[in-house]
Design a protein around this ligand. Sequence first.
Ligand SMILES: Cc1cc2nc3c(=O)[nH]c(=O)nc-3n(C[C@H](O)[C@H](O)[C@H](O)COP(=O)(O)OP(=O)(O)OC[C@H]3O[C@@H](n4cnc5c(N)ncnc54)[C@H](O)[C@@H]3O)c2cc1C
Length: 185
Amino acid sequence: MIRAQSTSPISFINFQLLATVTLTFTAAKALMLMVTERLPHFIDPVIGAASRKLSFKQMQNGTVIIGGALVAKLDFDTEHTEINWPQMAKSAKTVLDFFPQLKNTRIVRAWAGIEGFTPDNLPIIGRSQRFDSVYHAFGFSAHGFQLSPIIGKIMAELIDTGKTDLPIDAFSISRFHTVTAATAE
Ligand SMILES: Cc1cc2nc3c(=O)[nH]c(=O)nc-3n(C[C@H](O)[C@H](O)[C@H](O)COP(=O)(O)OP(=O)(O)OC[C@H]3O[C@@H](n4cnc5c(N)ncnc54)[C@H](O)[C@@H]3O)c2cc1C
């Protein structure tokens, strides 16, 4: 289990494991999303753009969820987020460049969700180097949903057998040793 609380004015998360281990290298960001009114089904795949900030998917109920790593203003202490509407307008413009037929579609809601980002935007996965019964799987940096099936498999293998056949060394917490000093593991 992970505890999150802010520790500094530069909005770092202080992850306190139950064993009182402290990590101070994961930054919190509040990613924004907006959702349209229900539309007749028109697209199946999730759409991303290589050169523009866009994540676009139509849900089964017909609404379209639009994001793209755009961040809201975040007060981490109060967990309060404030939508950046000018950024959202840019996002809407991007959508219209790809899907001009949505010109008169209503946006019904926008929100932001708080998430931890590591300095290299890669998650931390593996067994703690200090506590045998502590396993890390956090810092997904906006990619947690799509990774969750394989992360679940890896964690189950690690906890059950102590190892996994998949190469997870690149995700070890030890890559941050120089940043986190003696307390982080
Ligand atoms: C707006 C938005 C859109 C996203 N879209 C996508 C997407 O399209 N595809 C994708 O792959 N990923 C997406 N992500 C990322 C994905 O949601 C995360 O990577 C994923 O949820 C991270 O999972 P997690 O279990 O590590 O952390 P979380 O889901 O944040 O879970 C951490 C849990 O710990 C709990 N917790 C925190 N502090 C404490 C405490 N002190 N005590 C007890 N419990 C505590 C929290 O309540 C929470 O339930 C999106 C994220 C956001 C914010």
